[in-house]
Design a protein around this ligand. Structure first.
Ligand SMILES: Nc1ncnc2c1ncn2[C@@H]1O[C@H](COP(=O)(O)OP(=O)(O)OP(=O)(O)O)[C@@H](O)[C@H]1O
Ligand SMILES: [Mg+2]
Length: 243
């Protein structure tokens, strides 16, 4: 499927395509910031793929290009060169409006500080975006409750973020990222605010959701202790994938 129609919000690649195609494919993707003498190459031309069921860890020193790599992969900024395909769609072909819609339905983001909305309770964090997109009602509520149960948060459904632990907040952020059934999940240091044990729990849950729901996921992390939970580890150094 190569043509994206904004009138079809539940754009989903066919099962056959999902089995044979990578969910995320970068071809010769690079990113250069600034001009002239101030130019910084954050990412040199890079090829990279993630398939359904894979959780790929991206590691590397500060400034090596990890966040750049992730935001390019999530179509949050444009590459200086190369092409990016997500769920069979060449994202370069989408208008800004189509891209926003596409991102909403195909990509789930989990960030370092879970970015929960302070005045919404846990269930509302999950149902807000589907509600804004005009979906609501019982199906959305049922999915939210299923995800909360699966991530061990049922008892917290009515709580506000201030009443949650760091690990619980990150689990809510994972549940929220799964709400639109995206093909791709991108996480930037989801365990940064957590101790070792909680960090492992959160990544274990993410890995399980990826496996069971056949998602493709990329996670930037500094946490060596969670790498064994990932399918693959990619190391970035000075804007280049090593090895
Ligand atoms: N918007 C920008 N403008 C100019 N330079 C940038 C911009 N964003 C990133 N860079 C530069 O690109 C390089 C890679 O940055 P990036 O944020 O991807 O690193 P990182 O691996 O995520 O680092 P950290 O572990 O500290 O989060 C750095 O040298 C950074 O200064
Ligand atoms: Mg970063």
């Amino acid at each position: 499927m190569t043509i994206f129609t904004p009138t079809a919000p539940d754009f989903v690649p066919s099962a056959a395509a999902a089995a044979t195609q990578p969910t995320l494919a970068l071809r010769g993707v690079s990113k250069v910031f600034g001009e002239g003498a101030n130019q910084v190459t954050a990412l040199y031309p890079t090829d990279f793929e993630v398939r359904p069921g894979e959780l790929v860890a991206v590691i590397g020193p500060s400034g090596s290009g990890k966040s750049t790599f992730l935001t390019l992969s999530g179509a949050l900024q444009k590459p200086s060169s190369g092409s990016i395909r997500i769920a069979g769609q060449d994202i370069d072909r989408l208008s800004a409006r189509q891209l926003t819609e596409f991102r909403l339905h195909q990509i789930g983001f989990v960030l370092q500080a879970s970015n929960l909305i302070p005045y919404l309770n846990v269930r509302e964090q999950l149902t807000l975006v589907p509600g804004l997109a005009g979906r609501g009602g019982r199906q959305v509520a049922a999915l939210a409750d299923e995800l909360l149960a699966h991530l061990g948060l049922s008892e917290r459904a009515g709580h506000h973020p201030h009443a949650l632990s760091g690990g619980q907040k990150q689990r809510v952020a994972i549940a929220r990222a799964l709400m639109n059934d995206p093909a791709l999940i991108l996480a930037d240091e989801p365990t940064a605010a957590l101790d070792g044990k909680r960090g492992r729990e959160v990544v274990s849950l993410l890995a399980r959701e990826v496996r069971e729901r056949d998602k493709a996921a990329v996670m930037v992390t500094h946490d060596e202790r969670v790498l064994d939970l990932c399918t693959r580890v990619v190391r970035l150094e000075d804007g280049r994938i090593q090895g």
